[in-house]
Design a protein. Structure first.
Length: 438
C-alpha cells in the first residue's frame, strides 16, 4: 500500500515537470529532482537513517555525494510548497473513492486549521555557527491542515526561523476560498488577516490577542451557559481597518475553571460565523479542536522523520520537512483504507504501528518484487487504486494496528508537591547549606 501510494504521490515524470515549472534559479543537469525527492522520502519514512545512507544504497544514483548535497541545499522553498500542495491534490481523489471523509467539524463549512511549526535545532554543519553554544533553528513553516480528510493541503516554508508567523500569511490568504472556516491561534489575530478572510467570503474562528485587533465593544457581555472546561459568554464587538471599513464580530469568551499552562484564566475567540449557524458553545468547542493540528505535528515527529538533525542548511531542512508532510498524507490514505475495510473508527488505528510495519517490510519487498512490476500500476485510475488499497487492507490484521490508549491522567494530591518539585527544592537547600557545589 505504501509503495503504490508513494508511486501515485511521487511519480517521477510529474515531479520533474513540477520542478521545471516552479524553479527560479536551479536547473537540471544530471541529477533529477525526482531522484532527490525519492531519496529524501526514504529518510522521512525511516527506511534509511540519513540522506547519505539513502544515497549509498541507491543503485540508480549517477552523481557524486557532493553533487547530491549541493542540489538538496539549494532546493527552493517555492518548489517545496508546490510539492506538498500538488501531492495532496493527487492523493485526495483516492481518499474520496474510499468514502471515508469524517463528519464535518462545522456544518456547511470546509474547515482549515492553520498553525506554524519551527524546525528543531540541527547539528552545527554551518561553519559560522560552530563557535556558538546554542544550535540554530534551520527554518519554519506555516501548515494548513484539513481535519476532515486528515490531510495537509498547504505549506509555506521559510528559511528565517525567527521571522514572525504573520509575515508569512500572504501566500496563505491568496488561497482562502469561499465556504471555508479557518481555525487559528492568537498569533494570527490581526485586522489585516480578519478582513482578508472576510473579503474572500470565508469564515474564521481565531483566538483574540491581548493587543490586536483591540475590538470595540458593541453590546453587553451575556452569559450563554456552561461547557466541560468553564462558563461561556458572548458579546458583539467591532473592528475597523485602515480604510475605515467596519466589521462586526462575535466575541466568545470562555472563563476557565482551571488555568492553562500559560496561566490564562479566560480565552477570547473572535468569529464572523452568524449565531444562527453556530452557537457560542459550539464555537468554543470548535476552537478547542484546533489542537488536532498539534497531534498531527506530534505524529510527524514521532512516526515520521520530519526533522533531520544532520541537515543544518535551511533549504535542505525545509525539503526534508516537506517530503515528510507528503509522507504523512500517504500514511493518512493507508489509515483510511484500513479503517474503511474493517469498519473501524478513526481513533482506533495507530499510525505508529502502520509506519513500523512499513519500515520492517519495505526493504525486503523491494528486493523480492522487481521495479518493472510496479510500473503496471501507474496507469490505474483513482477508483481502481482505491479498490486495490481496500483489497490489500482486507489482508491486514486490525488487532496488530489498534491503539492502546492510556488511562486517565491522575491528579496530584492536594498538599503534596510533585516529585520533581520536591527534588528541586531539596537540591536547592543542599546547595545553600554548602552540601553541594554550585
Amino acid at each position: 500500500m505504501a509503495r503504490l501510494l508513494m508511486q501515485r504521490a511521487l511519480g517521477a515524470e510529474w515531479l520533474d515537470s513540477l520542478f521545471e515549472q516552479h524553479r527560479q534559479r536551479q536547473y537540471t543537469r544530471e541529477l533529477l529532482f525526482s531522484t532527490e525527492v525519492d531519496l529524501m522520502a526514504l529518510v522521512a519514512l525511516g527506511l534509511r537513517p540519513s540522506l547519505h545512507a539513502a544515497a549509498q544504497s541507491s543503485e540508480g544514483l549517477k552523481v557524486s555525494m557532493q553533487a547530491l548535497y549541493e542540489k538538496v541545499h539549494h532546493t527552493e522553498p517555492r518548489v517545496v510548497r508546490e510539492l506538498v500542495q500538488c501531492s495532496g491534490e493527487r492523493l485526495r481523489p483516492v481518499l474520496e473513492h474510499l468514502k471515508l471523509q469524517q463528519p464535518s467539524w462545522a456544518s456547511g463549512y470546509r474547515v482549515r486549521v492553520l498553525d506554524g511549526n519551527h524546525l528543531a535545532a540541527s547539528q552545527k554543519r554551518l561553519k559560522p555557527l560552530r563557535g556558538l553554544r546554542g544550535a540554530a533553528l534551520p527554518g519554519q513553516a506555516l501548515v494548513v491542515y484539513a481535519p476532515e480528510w486528515d490531510l495537509v493541503v498547504d505549506l509555506v516554508p521559510a528559511e528565517d526561523a525567527h521571522a514572525n508567523e504573520r509575515a508569512l500569511m500572504g501566500p496563505v490568504l491568496e488561497r482562502v476560498q469561499a465556504g471555508e472556516l479557518w481555525l487559528a491561534d492568537r498569533n494570527f489575530s490581526t485586522r489585516q488577516i480578519l478582513f482578508a478572510v472576510e473579503d474572500k467570503h470565508a469564515a474564521f474562528v481565531i483566538r483574540e490577542h491581548g493587543v490586536s485587533p483591540s475590538p470595540t465593544e458593541a453590546g453587553p457581555l451575556k452569559k450563554v451557559g456552561r461547557v466541560e472546561t468553564g462558563v461561556v459568554f458572548e458579546q458583539a464587538v467591532e473592528i475597523e481597518d485602515e480604510q475605515g471599513r467596519r466589521l462586526r464580530l462575535r466575541r466568545i469568551e470562555l472563563q476557565l475553571e482551571e488555568p492553562t499552562e500559560d496561566g490564562d484564566t479566560r480565552i477570547r475567540v473572535l468569529t464572523n460565523v452568524p449565531s444562527e449557524r453556530m452557537g457560542a458553545k459550539e464555537v468554543a468547542g470548535l476552537y478547542r479542536r484546533r489542537w488536532s493540528i498539534e497531534g498531527m505535528f506530534g505524529r510527524l515527529e514521532s512516526v515520521l522523520k520530519s526533522e533531520v538533525k544532520t541537515l543544518g542548511y535551511p533549504r535542505a531542512a525545509l525539503l526534508a520537512f516537506g517530503v515528510a508532510v507528503m509522507a504523512y498524507n500517504v500514511l493518512a490514505v493507508m489509515l483510511a483504507a484500513v479503517e474503511t475495510e474493517h469498519r473501524l473508527k478513526a481513533t482506533e488505528v495507530s499510525s505508529y504501528y502502520i509506519a513500523d510495519e512499513v519500515k520492517a517490510t519495505y526493504g525486503g519487498m523491494m528486493i523480492a518484487i522487481a521495479e518493472p512490476l510496479w510500473r503496471g500500476f501507474e496507469s490505474q485510475t483513482d477508483e481502481e487504486l482505491g479498490k486495490e488499497l481496500l483489497w490489500l487492507a482486507s489482508h491486514v490484521k486490525p488487532s496488530k494496528l489498534r491503539k492502546h490508549p492510556r488511562g486517565p491522567k491522575k491528579k496530584e494530591k492536594k498538599g503534596y508537591a510533585p516529585r520533581r518539585e520536591v527534588d528541586r527544592h531539596v537540591s536547592t537547600a543542599r546547595v545553600l547549606r554548602g552540601d553541594e557545589k554550585t
